[in-house]
Design a protein around this ligand. Sequence first.
Ligand SMILES: *Cc1c(COP(=O)(O)O)cnc(C)c1O
Ligand SMILES: [Zn+2]
Length: 412
Amino acid sequence: MKYVKYGQCIKCGKTHEATANLTTCDCDGILDIIYDYEAIKADFTKKDLHHRPRTMWRYKELLPVEDTTTPPPLRVGWSPLYEADRLGAQLGLGKLWVKDDGQNPTASLKDRASAMAVAKATEAGAKVIACSSTGNAASSLAGNAAAAGLKTYIFVPSRAPKGKVAQLMTFGATVISVQGSYEDTFELSKAAIDKWGWYNRNAAINPYLSEGKKTVGLEIMEQLGWEVPDYIAISVGDGCTIAGLWKGLKDLYAIGFIDKLPRLISAQAEGCCPLNRAIESGEDWYPMEENTIADSIAVGVPRNAEKALMAIRESNGIVVNVTDAEIMAAQKLLGQTCGVFGEPAGVTGAAGVKKLCDAGILGENDTVVSVVTGNGLKDVANAIAACGEPISIPSDMEQLLSAFAEHNIVVD
Ligand SMILES: *Cc1c(COP(=O)(O)O)cnc(C)c1O
Ligand SMILES: [Zn+2]
């Protein structure tokens, strides 16, 4: 890897050779992949991007893969960045964009990390990959691995929504539904990975995953023509996504592609917000109940707390916690004003933006990108709960008329 120097522990600073099956430091600290920015700067220009494939792999100089590695088959990345002018005006923002990352192959941002995991597992010569997940890391790993011909063992908490479990079964993973919390699930997967030596796709253990996730930040900036917005809002569970996003932005700043950095908005659910609570209180994080419908971010023991907290603090970020009712309202709002269908955790960032607008913290002088991290079809039960049931009648015009009258529908 021409541009990767090494993996460096964020806790003790020790450097580790960037082998394909790199995990955590001996001190248990999480590693960060360090690049030779001077060399990248000398070789890589914005113009180089013009003819590259519209996938996450277009930023190869900033990615920790060997030149000889073929990216896994599924098309990951280059999700649309919509100008959400109607919603922006309604919220009173200067400008709003919505990045719909639910349009990845298995319908969440996690595909960016899982595609990277599959690429690195291939480099390591592994045939089996395993992970524990609230659901999306699992379904994205199962899909990307299936496409590349690798076997997967997946551990999910029993609460995982049916859509995600259906994906896992369809992609042929061996699925273990753990009767317990995400924390319980993680612990069992860790013991099994230790026992059988599978390639480890666990969040915050494998340092390459954030490098995949950072491509969401690289894309946002390229799609904005390298004009930096004031804020980027995203939902936070383990903390790998927001840390990855921040890493991508800092990469671009380091190689001179952007001239300043945006502030991050970390959105969590009120019922499970250990990281935002730490920022608000200025104290260390400590575990919290997993009490929210936003299952993907119901993470009581965040696996990447240090990197996430560092990212929020370094960016002079804002934290915002939203209730389940606010998450459900955001699902409806994004659907009705943008035609974007997000799962509860997928729209939590947008719910946070709305809350900050209502509180007068964001307004007409602010430009904001809101990332939708997962697709609503993964969890239809909660979408129906948020947006209601349809009118149900026999095939009869009289009944249609009376149903319209009953629902105060004036036909135009
Ligand atoms: C995983 C996930 C997140 C949060 O990512 P973390 O790395 O756990 O913080 C947000 N939204 C969705 C839909 C996810 O699947
Ligand atoms: Zn260390």
